[in-house]
Design a protein around this ligand. Sequence first.
Ligand code: MN
Ligand code: MN
Length: 505
Amino acid sequence: MALLDRADWYDIARDTNWTPKYVSEDALFPEEQSGALGLPLEVWENYDEPYKVTYREYVRTQREKDAGVYSVKAALQRANFLDQAEPGWVSILKLHYGAFATLEAMASSAESRMARFGKAGGMRNMATFGSLDENRHGQIQLYFPHEHVHRSRQFDWATKSMHTNEWAVVAARHLFDDIMAGRDAVGVALMLTFAFETGFSNLQFLGLAADAAQAGDISFSNLASSIQTDEARHAQIGGPAVKILIENGKKDEAQRLVDIAIWRAWTLFATVTGPSMDYYTPLDRREKSFKEFMQEWVFGQFERTLLDIGLERPWYWDTMLADLDTRHHGMHAGIWTFHKSVWWDVPPGISRAERAWLEEKYPGWEETWGAHFWDPIIARFLKDGPVETVLPSMVQLCNMAQVPITGTPGWAPGKTGRPLQDFPLEHEGRLYHFGSAVDRWIFQQNPDRYKDHLSVADRMVAGMIQPPTLEGLLDYFSLKEGEWGEDALSHSWLEEYRQEQAQAA
Ligand code: MN
Ligand code: MN
């Protein structure tokens, strides 16, 4: 039987909506699930997805992709790449799987919301495939780390993390509940696919695939590019939805959703990707600094996408660019200091050669982070041996990003970076703390949405973490011995400084 070309039937088939007779349009597409902002079905019929694919094509391509990735993995399994891999790369893998495997599976349900409640036929079609994509990403990223669990139980956090109250997991859940699990179809289209995927994760996976190839991890490199090709397709669900909103007088609403999601994605990237690129990746394999990557690929490209589509730069754009000099350095310093609180071993990344690189990429790093954060730790370690670096009291966490509030140690006017500053807000008798004016602004957009959440610091104060000690906290995080992070180099990096000290004496 001759098959019609896709172009001959696709537009008609995917736009074949029925006119509801027994229920109202609002009953079929309730606002709280569709988020159509009152725009009727006819308006959404103008939605034109840039990427068109049929079910037959989709299944064939995906089948080939899966066959490719799984067979490469099977072929390389006996090579035991991970046993010789650099510690920094192993940490990146553990961090990645624990942070994203289960969230990818959760993204399947967010895509399903668009597949059912999106008023545009094209959105429903694309999102059906998107939902299958995310299910695949969940499965594949749970399956791949499983072979490594016998090497380290930290790999088990691919499955375990999202079921715990570990602090970085609480932060990730707060973010993805906000842009994914707890949003209507249009909210998901704008915040997850347009802002997060187009702006951030698509490029993250491109970068990861390249980094993995550099590190010699062919298996993971294949996995990352296989995921990225899906991401590049279903990320395009959001753009046409933005256009419909702008054309129908809803630009402010679209801009607000996008602004919230971009900042939230940025704080996640600074926590996860920043330390990975600038501190974990072995020095001789670093292609770009995190700042260069963000400026060129993420912010630069996304800025053009925003303006092309008819939106504005978020009002905080300059604040975000300036944050590239502070936030991820602070996140790294905090995570290394409290490495027991995460499920991966944390490389310090501060050998003399690495510090020279940091100073080159971030002029002023030495006189702030070097002199005021790392040097005192090194001096103490040289004197007393590698002693506990956990702070005796709970650090201040942001009530939006759920991560420590950061500043540049040793900062003074004229130096790069910014001071440590809390942006407080009193709301209905409760005092909230934020790490930036933007986090506080997000809260103010819809206080009811966020006001009842307790940060891990709030939970400690409320007596929910017992006993209120380091042991009690690690137990609350569900981090057992063998799972909590260590210094990834077992403090062997101190030797260089010990020799320096000996020569100076
Ligand atoms: Mn995905
Ligand atoms: Mn996705």
